[in-house]
Ligand binder design. Structure first.
Ligand SMILES: Nc1ncnc2c1ncn2[C@@H]1O[C@H](COP(=O)(O)OP(=O)(O)O)[C@@H](O)[C@H]1O
Ligand SMILES: [Mg+2]
Length: 238
């Protein structure tokens, strides 16, 4: 039988004194399933991810992770060690004095020795193309570099599931390509939020959308764009 790793059932959520943000929201991610989520700005995508990570408590509904209903903070603490969650804003992810400390933090929390955690961190930094950044100060990095360090903090945990909130924001075209190749090379189940249809098509298998406070099937319609650029009259390919 296919096992669910993430299940959200009949979730309702409103921020204090605000209109309802999520209502009647249902979502299930199975083992090995790769799902892309899109939706307009302000639709509640980040809020949904924060609920499934236990960072916000819904007014109604249930969160189940790895088959267990999340009844309290401790249950979420344990599940979070198995989920690689990338915050939309990398500044929310990085809080240590050095890049190495930030990237080794997850493995240390999982109970690995200092040496093993350091080794995992070094490997993860090399994977995202930041070998040698170990002693840099996170808050002085560029936006794109921070995003890659944030990604390394997740990869170093070797998580069972990836939950990524707008992972391409601020990345250079080269870093974006590296991210695509990292993600296509990883087998684990994932939920990826992005505004970029091409990125979702490359890194996930199924598309869903968040509209009107709930999850609906995603539909992308391929269509051609007319475009112009310098030297466009010279025969070329895109
Ligand atoms: N801390 C907060 N307090 C009050 N309203 C918030 C807060 N965070 C987000 N919102 C509002 O909740 C709605 C959903 O936001 P969000 O989940 O960030 O959307 P998305 O990620 O889809 O762009 C928006 O209307 C946003 O303004
Ligand atoms: Mg968001």
């Amino acid at each position: 039988m296919t096992r669910a790793v993430i299940e959200l059932t009949d979730i309702e959520f409103a921020f204090p004194d605000r209109d309802i943000c999520l209502s009647g929201l249902n979502f299930r991610l199975n083992e090995r399933e790769k799902v892309g989520l899109f939706g307009p700005n302000g639709a509640g995508k980040t809020t949904m991810l924060h609920i499934l990570m236990g960072l916000l408590a819904p007014q109604r509904g249930h969160v189940r992770l790895f088959g267990e209903t999340m009844v309290n903070g401790r249950a979420f603490d344990e599940s979070r060690l198995r989920i690689g969650f990338l915050f939309q804003n990398a500044d929310d992810q990085l809080f240590c004095p050095t890049v190495l400390d930030d990237v080794a933090f997850g493995p240390l929390n999982q109970g690995l020795s200092r040496d093993k955690a350091r080794q995992r961190a070094t490997e993860a930094l090399a994977t995202v193309g930041l070998a040698g950044f170990e002693h840099h100060v996170p808050y002085r990095l560029s936006g794109g570099e921070k995003k890659l360090v944030a990604l390394a903090t997740i990869l170093s945990m070797q998580p069972e599931v990836l939950v990524l909130d707008e992972p391409t924001t601020g990345l250079s075209p080269e870093s974006r390509e590296r991210l695509v190749s990292i993600l296509t090379g990883l087998p684990m189940a994932r939920l990826v939020v992005s505004h970029e249809p091409d990125f979702l098509a490359a890194t996930t298998d199924t598309l869903i959308a968040l509209r009107g406070g709930r999850i609906v099937p995603g539909r992308l319609t391929p269509h051609a764009h007319v475009h112009v650029h310098e030297e466009g009259d010279i025969p070329h390919q895109h």
